[in-house]
Structure formats: structure tokens, C-alpha cells
Design a binder for this molecule. Structure first.
Ligand code: FA5
Length: 343
């Protein structure tokens, strides 16, 4: 009998602890303490037990009844408290969690700033295809068919049937293809700013396989090198500020004559020489006077019209900006949120 009472107690306590609601608890109470409950039934059997044992078993059974009643009441208090907490967690007046806000990528910010600087002096932003024919990227830009420049630019070619007149299909290795697209429209004068994605097989601290260039083209009557230099100085002062200096070096491009390379003093070491620039200067990009052959390829009379063009890297100008101090250009495209959040 004693053992039976003990097992009823253990069973009752574990069932009470498992209850999830006051209703469930009510059912357990009936199951053990109700009129036909397990304890009540046992107490009814007491007369059958020998007189000597009866008082002992009777007191154990009563003690058990008290223990179960106490366990039920403690559990009831706990369940009621939990209910209060649950309903409080849905309090609509509590302040919510603010969702994280993103912002424009630093390269997009740079593109917008560059656009704004040039539109202030009358340039119009244009957009042309990223997937082009050889004609626009090379041939119309005065590259002979066997010229090694197609390799120099480390171009990505697309496996597609070449066009009879326009040649192979490729990812634009520079925005200069936009010069031809713009001039073939035959609307003069031209003052365009072509900003686009460009692609080359290159990857190191100052090169990424996908990057952006911004290309300026001005064509009209009496356009001279001094106009190019004036535009360059205006841009350098507006974008980089007064403490940076630029220089022009003679260079060669197939589509400009004369051609120049433009350098700007490094923003990381301010001209002293560092891991990024090596000798204190960073290459901003190329520029020059539009080659007469390029004008002719676009049916523009080189005797009457002249023009200048420049093509610079967006990521490069961004990393050369004061206070930015990016010493590896690839970080811009590494999806590093800690880095991107700083802009
Ligand atoms: C050109 O692409 C010429 N089309 C520029 C030009 C336009 C010359 C108009 C004359 C007239 P270049 O290959 O040097 O030139 O590239 C221009 C700029 O693009 C470079 O100075 C650099 O700023 C940027 N650039 C080139 N390759 C990469 C690269 N892989 N990653 C990041 N920026 C690059």
C-alpha cells in the first residue's frame, strides 16, 4: 500500500509540472483528488486494512493529499504569472526596434558627385551599351585590325557570331566606345559625359575586373587643348580640393593626338610615396585631342571641327580623394559592411 501511494504521488507531481494551462491543472486535480479520484479511492479502501496499519497509512495518504494540493496551487500561481508576462510582451505601446537603413554605395555616391560637377559646366550625362562590337571599342577609334591594343586592354570577348561590319562582341573595356556612339548621331556641338561599367582582366591593389570610367567628349568649332586643361583643372579643384596637385604627361592613345596622361598627387601619402602610389603620383586617366581619323569615321569634318576627350576611373578618383585613404581598391567590391558603413 505504501509503495502504491508513493507511485501515485510521483505520477501526480510530474503531471502537475507538465501542465501548460490552468484548465489542464483542473483536470489533474479531478484525476487525483476528485470524488472518484485516485487518492479518494485509496482512502475509501482504508477500512479493509488491518487495524494496526490503518493509522500509519491514513496519515501517509492525508500527507500525500496535502502535497498534491500544494503542488497544484504553486503550479497555478506560476501559470497565471506566465500568462501575465506573455500578454505584456505584446504591449503595443512599447517602442519598436528601428530597422537598419542602408545607403548608396560609395561608387554610386562618387558617380553622382562627378555628374553634378560636370553638369554645372554644361555636360550632359549619356548611357551606351556595356556589351559592344569591336567597331565601337576599337576600330572606329583608329585601331588597325592587327593592333595589339585589343590585348593591351585585356578585353573580355563574348562567344557570339561576329557582325560582318562591326566585328566581335565584347564587354566594353573603356567608355571611349561612347565617343563613337555619340558622334555617329551627327548632332553638333557635343558636350557629353559617359559614365559606365567597364571590364578588363585585371585584379590587384589598384585594379578590379569590373570598374567604372567617366568619359568626357567635347566636339565643336575652335575647341583647343586649353579647353581640355581648363576642364581638368576645374574638375580637380571641385572634386579633390585645393591641396591636391595634378600633372600632364605626354602619352599615346590611338584615338587622340596629341595624347596625355593625367596624374594627381596621392591622397594617402600626399606625394611622399606609399604602398598604393609608390612614387607619390596616381594615374587619373587619359586625355587628348580627338584624332582626325576618329572624327572622319563618324562623318565629322576634321577641317571644320575639333574636340577633346578624357577617360578617367571612378574608383580611382574616389580612392584618391582626401580623407578616404583606401589602399586597396578591391575592398570596394568585397561586400564588407563595416567598411561600407563609413561612407
Ligand atoms: C583608357 O581607358 C582610355 N580610353 C582613356 C582615354 C579616354 C584616353 C579619352 C584619351 C581620351 P586607360 O587604360 O589608361 O585609358 O584607363 C583610364 C583609367 O581607367 C585609368 O587611368 C584608371 O583610372 C582606370 N582604370 C583602368 N583599368 C582599371 C582597373 N582594372 N580597375 C580600376 N580602374 C581602372
Amino acid at each position: 500500500m505504501e509503495e502504491k501511494l508513493l507511485s501515485i504521488k510521483n505520477n501526480a507531481i510530474s503531471l502537475i509540472l507538465e501542465t501548460k494551462s490552468v484548465k489542464e491543472l483542473e483536470e489533474i486535480k479531478i484525476q487525483f483528488l476528485g470524488r472518484n479520484g485516485e487518492i479518494t479511492k485509496l482512502l475509501k479502501e482504508l477500512p479493509k486494512i488491518s487495524k494496526e496499519e490503518r493509522p500509519k497509512i491514513g496519515s501517509i495518504a492525508n500527507g500525500l493529499k496535502n502535497i498534491i494540493e500544494e503542488a497544484i496551487s504553486t503550479r497555478e500561481t506560476t501559470l497565471k504569472k506566465t500568462k501575465v508576462i506573455t500578454s505584456r510582451s505584446f504591449d503595443v505601446t512599447e517602442p519598436g526596434i528601428r530597422p537598419a537603413l542602408g545607403h548608396l554605395h560609395p561608387v554610386t555616391q562618387a558617380i553622382r558627385e562627378i555628374t553634378s560637377i560636370f553638369t554645372q559646366i554644361g555636360f550632359t550625362r549619356v548611357r551606351y551599351p556595356e556589351i559592344e562590337w569591336d567597331w565601337y571599342a576599337f576600330t572606329a577609334l583608329n585601331f588597325p585590325q592587327n593592333h595589339p591594343a585589343r590585348d593591351d586592354w585585356e578585353t573580355f570577348f563574348i562567344k557570339q557570331q561576329p557582325d560582318e561590319k562591326k566585328g566581335t562582341v565584347l564587354l566594353t573595356p573603356h567608355t571611349s566606345s561612347g565617343q563613337i556612339r555619340e558622334m555617329e548621331k551627327g548632332e553638333l556641338p557635343i558636350k557629353m559625359l559617359n559614365i559606365a561599367k567597364t571590364y578588363r582582366r585585371q585584379s590587384d591593389v589598384s585594379h578590379t575586373p569590373m570598374f567604372h570610367q567617366f568619359e568626357g567628349l567635347v566636339v565643336g568649332e575652335n575647341i583647343a587643348i586649353s579647353d581640355l586643361k581648363g576642364t581638368l583643372n576645374y574638375f580637380v579643384k571641385s572634386y579633390f580640393g585645393e591641396n591636391r596637385i595634378s600633372r600632364i604627361r605626354p602619352y599615346h592613345f590611338q584615338f587622340t593626338e596629341p595624347s596625355f596622361e593625367i596624374d594627381i598627387s596621392c591622397g594617402v601619402c600626399l606625394g611622399k610615396g606609399c604602398r598604393l602610389c609608390k612614387e607619390g603620383w596616381l594615374e587619373l586617366g587619359g586625355a587628348g585631342m580627338v584624332h582626325p581619323n576618329v572624327l572622319k569615321a563618324c562623318h565629322i569634318d576634321p577641317e571644320k571641327y575639333t574636340g577633346f576627350a578624357f577617360g578617367w576611373g571612378v574608383e580611382r578618383v574616389l580612392m584618391m580623394k582626401d580623407g578616404i585613404k583606401i589602399d586597396d581598391l578591391r575592398i570596394l567590391y568585397s561586400n564588407d559592411l563595416d567598411f561600407l558603413k563609413q561612407f
